[in-house]
Ligand binder design. Structure first.
Ligand SMILES: NC(=O)C1=CN([C@@H]2O[C@H](COP(=O)(O)OP(=O)(O)OC[C@H]3O[C@@H](n4cnc5c(N)ncnc54)[C@H](O)[C@@H]3O)[C@@H](O)[C@H]2O)C=CC1
Ligand SMILES: N[C@@H](CCC(=O)N[C@@H](CSC=O)C(=O)NCC(=O)O)C(=O)O
Ligand SMILES: [Zn+2]
Ligand SMILES: [Zn+2]
Length: 361
C-alpha cells in the first residue's frame, strides 16, 4: 500500500515521564517535509544514553517523547528537495540532526531538535536526538541518514548507529592510540568493548578493563582486554590501583561509564591522554589539579567517536561486511518492540551488552 504523503499510524514506545514504564501506543507519524526522510525502522538497539534520558537526569530530556537512536531501516518516503536518498534505500539514522529553524536549533544550547513529526490524537510527542527510533516509523532530516550497503543485515548494522562507532572512533580518531600503548578502559559495556577492539587493532600492548560487573570480564577478552580490575576488590582509589599496576600510569584512558563514573585523570606524566565518553547528569562535574595539565596530560571528550556520520557510517558497514570489525558479538539479547521495558531491565541487570528489538512482527 502506498503511504507516501499520508500520515502513518504505527506502534511506538512512548516515554510519558521519567522512569515510568514506556507505553506501546498507536502514534501518528506525519509525512516528511522538505529536506526530511521518513524511515521504516526494522531494528533498533538500546544504548545507555536512552536509559540516561529516560531516568530524568538528562537536563535536555523532554517528555513525553519517543527515545531510541541506534537503529536501521528502509526509506519509506522523502520530502521535497531530498536527493541523497530515495524510497527503498537501506539507512542508519544518525543522531547529529538539526533543522536549523526551530527554537531549539536556533538556541545554540542543544542538539535536540524541537520540530516534532509525532503526535497522538493531535497532541505532539517530542523527538529524541533527532532520531526517535523506538517507533516503527520515524522522520529524520536528510542530513541525518546514512545510506548503507543493501546487502548488510539490518539487525546487525543497527549497532553502527551509536555505541560501536563511538568506541572505535574514540581510539582511532580522538585519542589516536599508537602501537605499544598502555590503555585503561572504565566500563566494559558496548562502548568500552568497542574501545578495546579499537585499541587492539591499533596495536596497544596492554588493555586494562575496569568494571564492577564480573560478568563482563570473560566476554571482554574476546574484544582485546588483556587485564581486568574490579574496583570492588580494592580499598584504595581505582586511579591508584591503575598507577601501581602500570609503574606510573597509562598512556590512554577512556571513561565509558557515565553517571558517577571514573572521571579522574590517571595518565602518565608528560603525555597521557584521558578521553571522556560517558554522559552524566547536570550538576556532576569533573575537576583536576592544574598541575596534571601543566605537566603534559591531555583531557578530551568525544561524541560518536569523532566520526562524520553520513560519510563514515557506510564505510564502517563495509568494514563489517569485510569482517574487519565486530558487530554480532555485541548483541547479547533479541526482543520485540513490545518487550522494550524488559530490554531496559536487562540493561540494568548486568550481562547485557546490546539488546536488539525487532520492530515489526
Ligand atoms: N559520547 C558519546 O558519543 C556516547 C556516549 N555514550 C555513553 O557512554 C556510556 C557507556 O555506554 P554503554 O556502553 O551503552 O553503557 P553500558 O551500561 O552498556 O556500560 C556501562 C558499563 O559500566 C559499568 N560500570 C557502571 N558503574 C561502574 C563503576 N563505578 N566502575 C566501573 N564500571 C562501572 C557497567 O557494569 C557497564 O558494564 C554511557 O554513559 C552512555 O550514555 C554512549 C554512546 C555514545
Ligand atoms: N543531553 C545530554 C547530552 C548527551 C550527550 O552527550 N550525547 C552525545 C551522544 S550520546 C549517545 O549515546 C552527543 O553526541 N552529544 C553531542 C551533542 O551535541 O549533544 C546531556 O545534557 O547530558
Ligand atoms: Zn547511544
Ligand atoms: Zn530544529
Amino acid at each position: 500500500m502506498a503511504t507516501a504523503g499520508e500520515v502513518i499510524t504505527c506502534k511506538a514506545a512512548v516515554a510519558y515521564e521519567p522512569n515510568k514504564p514506556l507505553v506501546i501506543e498507536d502514534v501518528q507519524v506525519a509525512p516528511p517535509q522538505a529536506g526530511e526522510v521518513r524511515v521504516k525502522i526494522l531494528f533498533t538497539a538500546l544504548c545507555h544514553t536512552d536509559a540516561y534520558t529516560w531516568s530524568g537526569k538528562d537536563p535536555e530530556g523532554l517528555f513525553p517523547c519517543i527515545l531510541g537512536h541506534e537503529a536501521a531501516g528502509i526509506v519509506e518516503s522523502v520530502g521535497e528537495g531530498v536527493t541523497e536518498v530515495q524510497p527503498g534505500d537501506h539507512v542508519i539514522p544518525c543522531y547529529q540532526a538539526e533543522c536549523k529553524e526551530c527554537k531549539f536549533c536556533k538556541s545554540g544550547k542543544t542538539n535536540l531538535c524541537g520540530k516534532s513529526r509525532f503526535s497522538i490524537n493531535g497532541k505532539p510527542i517530542y523527538h529524541f536526538m533527532g532520531t526517535s527510533t523506538f517507533s516503527q516509523y520515524t522522520v529524520v532530516h536528510d542530513v541525518s541518514v546514512a545510506k548503507v550497503d543493501p546487502q548488510a543485515p539490518l539487525d546487525k548494522v543497527c549497532l553502527l548507529g551509536c555505541g560501536v562507532p563511538t568506541g572505535l572512533g574514540a581510539v582511532w580518531n580522538t585519542a589516536k592510540v599508537e602501537p605499544g600503548a598502555i590503555v585503561a578502559i572504565f566500563g566494559l559495556g558496548t562502548v568500552g568493548l568497542a574501545v578495546a577492539e579499537g585499541a587492539k587493532s591499533a596495536g596497544a600492548s596492554r588493555i586494562i578493563g575496569v568494571d564492577i560487573d564480573n560478568k563482563k570480564f570473560d566476554i571482554a577478552k574476546n574484544f582485546g582486554v588483556t587485564e581486568f580490575v574490579n574496583p570492588k576488590d580494592y580499598d584504595k582509589p581505582i586511579q591508584q590501583v591503575l598507577v601501581d599496576l602500570t609503574d606510573g600510569g597509562v598512556d590512554y584512558s577512556f571513561e565509558c561509564i557515565g553517571n558517577e563514573g571514573c572521571f579522574g585523570m590517571l595518565n602518565f606524566q608528560g603525555w597521557g591522554t584521558s578521553v571522556i565518553i560517558g554522559v552524566a547528569a547536570s550538576g556532576q562535574e569533573i575537576s583536576t589539579r592544574p598541575f596534571q595539565l601543566v605537566t603534559g596530560r591531555v583531557w578530551k571528550g568525544t561524541a560518536f567517536g569523532g566520526f562524520k556520520s553520513r560519510s563514515q557510517v557506510p564505510w564502517l558497514v563495509d568494514k563489517y561486511m569485510k569482517k574487519e570489525i565486530k558487530i554480532d558479538e555485541y548483541t547479547t539479547h533479541n526482543l520485540t518492540l513490545g518487550e522494550i521495558n524488559k530490554a531496559f531491565d536487562l540493561m540494568h541487570e548486568g550481562g547485557c551488552l546490546r539488546c536488539v528489538l525487532k520492530m515489526h512482527e
